[in-house]
Design a protein around this ligand. Structure first.
Ligand code: SAM
Length: 171
């Protein structure tokens, strides 16, 4: 099964009727949050052209402060761009700004990724570490896998270690 499919299958475990306000951090040009209908707030440092239901904020996450609560916050393949302690604090902010009984979907490059060797101070957690950060939430889904060989950004063919967690806030 492709990596993209694994991630989308996990997102499908969220009951769509329970999700109104969404925040997609480091959304990229194909935001995962578009799986859900209605308004989305999405952040990226690049200037992106996104559908009209997306309120796009061009901002570096290092300068972004979450000020409202959401039903679903997605941070997918973005947290490795920050130092470990900063990303952990950011996850705490994400958790705080989630309504009770609502969801976080966090996708990371994991510790077995080659990037970790190059940037050991950045956030490349293990699945256990992610689970620990969500130990007071219900874990709906989680995974740790290697992608198929990819070629992008002028790099030689390589694969990535992806870990993810879908967690639901308790009361
Ligand atoms: C690998 S893509 C992930 C896109 C999407 N979330 C996904 O999972 O398919 C990383 C995205 O993060 C954005 N990005 C990288 N560093 C950023 C930063 N410091 N602040 C905001 N966005 C950043 C990039 O522009 C890019 O769109």
């Amino acid at each position: 099964m492709s990596s993209k499919r694994k991630i989308y299958l996990s997102l499908k475990k969220i009951p769509k009727d329970k999700i109104k306000k969404k925040l997609d951090i480091g959304c990229g040009k194909n935001p995962l949050s578009l799986e859900f209908e209605g308004k989305i707030t999405a952040i990226d440092k690049e200037n992106l052209k996104l559908p009209t239901n997306v309120k796009f904020i061009k901002k570096n996450i290092r300068e972004f402060k979450i000020t409202e609560k959401y039903d679903l916050i997605i941070a997918s393949l973005i947290l490795h761009f920050m130092k470990k302690n900063k990303s952990i604090k950011f996850i705490e902010e994400i958790k705080k700004h989630t309504f009770s009984k609502k969801y976080n979907f966090i996708v990371c490059l994991g510790k077995k990724d080659n990037g970790f060797k190059k940037f050991p101070i950045a956030f490349y957690p293990t699945l256990k570490e992610l689970e620990n950060l969500y130990k007071n939430w219900n874990i709906i889904d989680k995974g740790d896998f290697k992608t198929d060989i990819e070629e992008h950004d002028n790099l030689p063919p390589h694969n990535h270690n992806i870990i993810y967690i879908l967690a639901k806030k308790k009361l």
